[in-house]
Design a protein around this ligand. Structure first.
Ligand code: MZP
Length: 506
């Protein structure tokens, strides 16, 4: 007879945290959100810890190199999507590893034969007043000068004046060579009182620009996830089919952590993939596995050698697996069960295998709840898809800005490897995800800062200033459906809605 779970499966929305005693030391500025990313032995430190407990989902519409740089800057990590060719994925990883913070590709470039009128137009379009002049007007052409607003006087000059007649020419420019570090570049900027420093190769081709205004912002990122060579850290998704080719290519590109991306991780295919990695690289290559939703699945993957285990089936915002196949489990119940299995495993073996709660986070407070329930970190798709840095188009839908967001199991992504589990290539026979819009929310930096402020405030309300302490002290209660209603504003007329209907009435 089938096994019946004794308890109903619950989602995050059905729980609340009950505040605990907060001492005077318990203040948000003292809260550390550092959390292990990969397994470690009792008494040892994990080789990789995240500075904030957030990673971005292994999805086409979420994690490319741009997202990876933005998130690593804030202390989290992206997992570049694996549903692309090995070469494309490795190239994205390489771009993150090659990214030099503070060195930006110039996006406002002109050629010497363009006119002052062109400069004015470009400035209005891009908002940039510093424009490198290259022979062909491209971002990497041979540099022949630079134009800043100090080079022209609109009231005295004709808009037909050629750029070459008023630019600061190459012989008067201070430039840096390609091996210059950011701190050396900043010294040059300060010593010569520059606003911008072009970086060029040995043939004088423009590589990037370093701007004075970026100097301070770089210093403002104390949480940056950097490897020992001060490069941003990045993860990447792999599948259970082409790992013998994909893994070496990603490692060659400099990837820091891998993760088997699959809708179901409790499979022989994952065991084989993990075994192949351990046989070929020992423990030097870090690889997470998943997804599972119960203790049995966790133990299986931990025994197979996973460096972390990802939890969640069917809870993703774009996921219709539960409708299509009738499988899954309420995300909160899954996290609670797996986190308990992780603690038991730690007691028995002395090995701590971090748990990642993947999917189903709707509100910021769900993230805090997931941590309280035992998750070490969170994988988020919808949350990050809304930001400027996600790879998808921003579109205007009925007067509101939206970003596109589609599931890996949608016909658009066609990531059949994620859903067929393993074996012979079968192709996507039915969809398990949808193609959708999410409300555009602006920059990652501002949104993440806001979320973390709330997270830290909640932790303080529960008397904790570290994630392990929070997990130890958190008191969590299930809530009835009426108390969920009580949790929002109720029995009042919101001013926004009143003025809207008043306006409609008029
Ligand atoms: P969410 O943060 O948008 O709620 O969920 C993101 C997670 O949903 C991903 O990390 C992945 O585990 C899962 N996912 C991605 N695509 C699909 C799908 O098409 C999906 N069904 O379930």
């Amino acid at each position: 007879m089938a096994y019946f779970y004794p308890d109903t499966a619950h989602t995050f929305n059905e729980y609340l945290l009950v505040p605990g005693y907060s001492s005077a030391e318990c203040t948000p500025d003292r809260v550390s959100l550092k959390t292990p990313l990969v397994k470690y032995k009792k008494g040892e430190e994990p080789t990789i810890s995240l500075n904030i407990p957030m990673v971005s989902a292994i999805m086409q519409s979420v994690s490319d190199d741009k997202m990876a740089v933005a998130l690593a800057t804030e202390g989290g990590m992206s997992f570049i999507y694996g549903s692309q060719t090995i070469e494309q994925e490795a190239a994205m990883v390489a771009r993150v590893k090659d990214y030099k913070a503070g060195f930006v590709e110039s996006d406002s470039n002109i050629s010497p034969d363009m006119t002052l009128g062109d400069v004015v137009e470009l400035k209005a379009e891009s908002g940039h007043s510093t424009m490198p002049v290259t022979v062909d007007g491209s971002a990497h052409g041979k540099i022949v000068g630079i134009v800043t607003s100090r080079d022209y006087r609109l009231s005295r000059m004709s808009l037909d004046t050629k750029v070459k007649d008023f630019m600061t020419p190459r012989e008067k420019l201070i430039v840096a060579s390609k091996d210059t570090t950011l701190s050396e570049a900043n010294d040059i900027i300060w010593d010569h009182r520059l606003n911008a420093l072009p970086v060029v190769d040995e043939d004088d081709n423009l590589l990037s620009m370093v701007f004075r205004k970026d100097y301070d912002s770089h210093k403002e990122n104390p949480n940056e996830m950097l490897d020992q060579h001060k490069r941003y850290m990045v993860g990447a998704g792999i599948n259970t089919r082409d790992y013998e080719d994909r893994v070496p290519a990603l490692l060659e590109a400099g990837v820091d952590v891998l993760c088997i991306d699959s809708s179901e991780g409790f499979t022989e295919w994952q065991k084989r993939t993990l075994k192949w990695i351990r046989d070929n690289y020992g423990d030097s290559v870090k690889v997470g596995a998943g997804n599972v939703v119960d203790s049995e699945g966790f133990r299986f993957l931990a025994d197979c050698g996973a460096d972390f285990v990802k939890v969640g089936i069917g809870g993703g915002s774009i996921c219709i697996t539960r409708e299509q196949k009738g499988i899954g489990r309420g995300q909160a119940s899954a996290v609670i069960d797996v986190a308990q299995a992780r603690d038991k495993y730690f007691e028995e073996t002395g090995v701590y295998v971090p748990v990642c709660s993947d999917g189903g986070i709707v509100f910021d407070n769900h993230m805090t709840l997931a941590l309280a329930m035992g998750a070490d970190f969170l994988m988020l798709g919808r949350y990050f898809a809304r930001f400027d840095e996600s790879p998808t188009a921003r579109v205007n839908v009925n007067g509101s800005y939206m970003k596109e967001y589609w599931g890996e199991g949608s016909a658009r992504a066609r990531n059949w490897q994620r859903y067929d589990l393993g074996g012979k290539k079968k192709g996507l026979s039915f969809e398990e995800g949808v193609d959708s819009y999410v409300p555009y929310a602006g920059s990652l930096k501002e949104n993440v800062a806001q979320t973390l402020t709330k997270m830290k405030a909640t932790m303080c309300s529960c008397g904790a200033i570290t994630i392990p302490e929070f997990q130890e002290k958190a008191k969590i209660t299930l809530v009835s459906s009426t108390s969920i209603v009580e949790g929002g504003s109720h029995d009042v007329l919101l001013k926004d809605s009143v003025s809207t209907s008043a306006a409609t009435y008029r």
